[in-house]
Design a protein around this ligand. Structure first.
Ligand code: DX5
Ligand code: ZN
Length: 217
């Protein structure tokens, strides 16, 4: 299992210091939630902040774009230091083109699905993606409750991957904590995003350790 701490729940007044605390546990990614106030009802951070963090941490940036018109900004996010860019299926009119564009920047190209969006919508792009991000809350905010029906979606996606001989990673985002992480990994998740359970309270490094320790299978 890989872990991608979401800075959405970090202390923005002390962002780098929070990231440094997480860095001690060597997470595989740093999850950065970009929201535009259109695709989702919240506004967060843009390429300027990501660029400012570039070179200050060695954790690779996992950029989750919850924005409309992603094509307009992909180059900027790639240049700002993204190792992976995830776009939403629901926000991309020409999803295949957008994914190819991300790949042309020499980085990982991934796609996210809202809880209500069926896996079938990705049938023809699965061979081209590096990760599929299954949203287990409705996107827009940290600290929401994991939607139980999503276990089945994760299992189905893992089955599709196996039966088609594909090798994208399955990333899961929303409401993951020490009580459910084991079930999420058992269902088929490879990359776990966690915001409030890492940056919400206590030490982010210790919290990562606790999450990893809660995975038994
Ligand atoms: C929600 C974001 C998540 C969020 C997860 O739209 O995509 O990455 O930070 O936060 P928790 O782990 O608190 O649900
Ligand atoms: Zn996210």
């Amino acid at each position: 299992m890989e872990i991608s701490p979401s800075i959405l729940s970090a202390d923005f007044g002390n962002l780098l210091s929070d990231i440094k605390k997480a860095e001690k546990e060597k997470p595989e990614f740093l999850h950065i939630d970009v929201m535009d106030g259109h695709f989702v009802p919240n506004i967060t951070i843009g390429p300027l902040v990501i660029k400012a963090l570039k070179g200050k941490t060695n954790i690779p940036f996992d950029v989750h774009l919850m924005i409309e018109d992603a094509d307009k900004y992909i180059k900027e996010f790639a240049e700002a230091g993204a190792k992976n860019i995830t776009v939403h299926q629901e926000a991309c009119l020409h999803l295949d083109r957008t994914l190819q564009f991300i790949k042309s920047m020499g980085i990982m190209a991934s796609v996210a699905l809202n809880p209500a969006t069926p896996l079938e919508t990705l049938k023809y792009v699965l061979p081209s993606v590096d990760m599929v991000l299954i949203m287990t809350v409705n996107p827009g905010f940290g600290g929401q409750v994991f939607i139980e029906e999503m276990y089945e979606k994760i299992r189905e996606l893992a089955y599709i991957r196996e039966s088609r001989g594909l090798n994208f990673k399955i990333e899961v985002d929303g409401g993951i904590n020490v009580d459910n992480i084991n079930d999420v990994v058992f269902a088929g998740a490879d990359v776990i995003v966690a915001g409030s359970s890492i940056f919400g309270s206590g030490d982010p490094g210790d919290n990562i350790k606790k999450l990893r320790g809660a995975v038994k299978r």
